[in-house]
Design a protein around this ligand. Sequence first.
Ligand SMILES: NC(=O)c1ccc[n+]([C@@H]2O[C@H](COP(=O)([O-])OP(=O)(O)OC[C@H]3O[C@@H](n4cnc5c(N)ncnc54)[C@H](O)[C@@H]3O)[C@@H](O)[C@H]2O)c1
Ligand SMILES: O=C(O)[C@H](O)COP(=O)(O)O
Length: 530
Amino acid sequence: MPRVLVSDKLSPTAVQIFKDRGVDVDYLPDLGKDKEKLLSVIDQYDGLAIRSATKVTEKLIAAATNLKVIGRAGIGVDNVDIPAASRKGIIVMNTPFGNSITTAEHAVALMFAMARELPEANASTKAGKWEKNRFMGVEITGKTLGVIGCGNIGSIVATRGVGLKMHVIAFDPFLSEQRAAELGVEKVELDELLQRSDFITLHTPMTDKTKGIINAEAFAKMKTGVRIINCARGGLIVEADLVEALKSGKVAGAAVDVFEIEPATDSPLFGLENVVATPHLGASTSEAQENVALQVAEQMADYLIKGAVSNAINMPSITAEEAPRLKPFVKLAEVLGAFVGQVTEEPITEVEILFDGSTATMNTRALISAALAGLIRPQVADVNMVSAPIMVKERGIIVSEVKRDKSGVFDGYIKLTVKTEKMTRSIAGTCFSDGKPRFIQIKGINLDAEVGQHMLYTTNADAPGIIGLLGTVCGKNDVNIANFQLGRNRPGGDAIALLYLDAPFPEPVLREVNEHPAIQSAKRLQFDIA
Ligand SMILES: NC(=O)c1ccc[n+]([C@@H]2O[C@H](COP(=O)([O-])OP(=O)(O)OC[C@H]3O[C@@H](n4cnc5c(N)ncnc54)[C@H](O)[C@@H]3O)[C@@H](O)[C@H]2O)c1
Ligand SMILES: O=C(O)[C@H](O)COP(=O)(O)O
C-alpha cells in the first residue's frame, strides 16, 4: 500500500480521501517546519502532500529515496525545487484553481481595507479613542486598477474591479486582446500600467523574470499616491524600495499578504501606518481549503494507485480513463527506446518519434517521455518519464515528433529513429490485443518479434549457417531459446536475428559469436517487461 505524508495543515478531507482510496497516510501538520525531522523520515513515503510551509529542497529530495509524487494543495510551487524533483523522477503536482476565487477576494478585501484604513480605524475604535477625524479614505469607484498578471486570480480580480466600477487595465504578456475584451479590461504594457494606475495589484507567479518586478525604478514611473496590493509572492516587490516609496509619500498605501521572507515576524513594513499586512492568508477560507485538500488527495491517490497524472508541473497529464489503454503503449515506447539505447554506442544527437495510425491519437507527450526514458536508461540507471526529457535536453539531444494516419497493415505503430554523428538507426513496434509489445521493423527490415527480458540481437550476412551457429552456442551454454526471429532486406543481403532467451546470453560466448566471419555484430539486450 502506498504511503503518504501530509506535512502541512490540510483539511481532514484529504486524510479521509487517502484512506478511502487505499493509501496509508500520516498527518503530521507541523513536520514541514521541522527540517531535520522531516529529513529523517522522508525516505518512508511514496507521496508528500504540502502547502507553502514545507520547503522541499534539493537536500530533502536527495533523502526521499521512495518518493514518487509531491502534491501541493494550492497554487505556488516556489517552495519546491522542481528541477531537483524532476531529475529524481518525482512528479510535482498542484491544484491550480481551488483557491483562486478566495485569493482574488482577499486582494479585493485588502484594497478596501487600505483605501479606508480599516485595520487602523478598527484598532483605534476598539482602544476607545473614537478618532472620527483621523481617518479619511479614498473611493475606488472610477479609479484605475492595474492588474499585473491576468491569469486565474488576476482575471477574477479584474472582473471584480469592473463590477466595482473601476477602470481596469492589465499587463500580462500572455493575455490576448480577445480575452482582455471578454474580461472588460484594457490590455497595456507594463510602463503604461505603472504610469496610469491608482491601485496596482500583483498576480504573477514568482519567476526569474517577475522577481523584483516592482522596484525603485518601477515606483519612479508610478503616480504619486498610488496604492499597491500584493497577494501573489513577496519577492515580486523589492521590500526595501517599497518602504522608501511609502516613507517618501510616492506610494500612499500598501496591502501585503506575502513577504520576501516567510514567516515574516519582523519587517520594516510593520512600522508604517499606511501598510496593511496579513500572514499569507490569501487561500485561507474554509471553501478554498476544502477544494485544495480534496483535489490534491484525489490527484495523488490517482497517481499512486492508477498511474493517472493531472496538474503535474513536470510531466504530461494522463487521465484515469486513458491510463489503462495507454499503459501497454507506454511500455512499447519504453522498450523501443531501450533497444536503441542498448545498441547505440556513440552519442545520440537526434531522436525522431513517429506515431502512425491509432498511436497518433494517443497521449504522445507521455509516450515520448517513456521512449526517452528507455533510450537513456542504459547510461543513467535512475531515470523515469519525469526525468528523461530533462536529461535528454541536458545532453543536447534534439527530439522531434511526427504523427500520421494509418499507413500499413497495423492499426497503429511507433517508430523511433535516432541519429548519431556516424549513423541513423530505426526500430518500430506495436502492441497486439494481448497488450504485449512487439518489434515489427528493425533497420528497415520487417519481422514480428515478441519482446523478452533477455534477448540476443545480431546483424549478419544473409548466409547459411547462422541459425545453426546461434542455436548451437545457446545449446552448448544451456541457454534456452523461447523465440527466434529472422529478417533480411534481400536474399544474400543484410540480415538480422533476434533471439528471446530464458536467461542472459553469457558474456564470454558473445565474444565467440562476434568473432564469427558472418556476424557483423552480436549484442545481448535486456528489457524490463514487467
Ligand atoms: N496569497 C496567497 O495565499 C496566494 C494564493 C494563491 C495563489 N497565490 C499566488 O498568486 C499568483 C498567481 O496565481 P494564479 O493562479 O493566478 O496563476 P496563473 O498562472 O493562473 O496566472 C499567472 C499569470 O501571470 C502571467 N505572467 C507570467 N509572467 C508575467 C510577467 N513577467 N508579467 C506579467 N504577467 C506575467 C501569466 O501569463 C499568467 O497569466 C501565484 O504567484 C500564486 O502562487 C497566492
Ligand atoms: O500559492 C498558493 O496556493 C498560496 O500561496 C496559498 O498558500 P498556502 O496553502 O500556504 O496558504
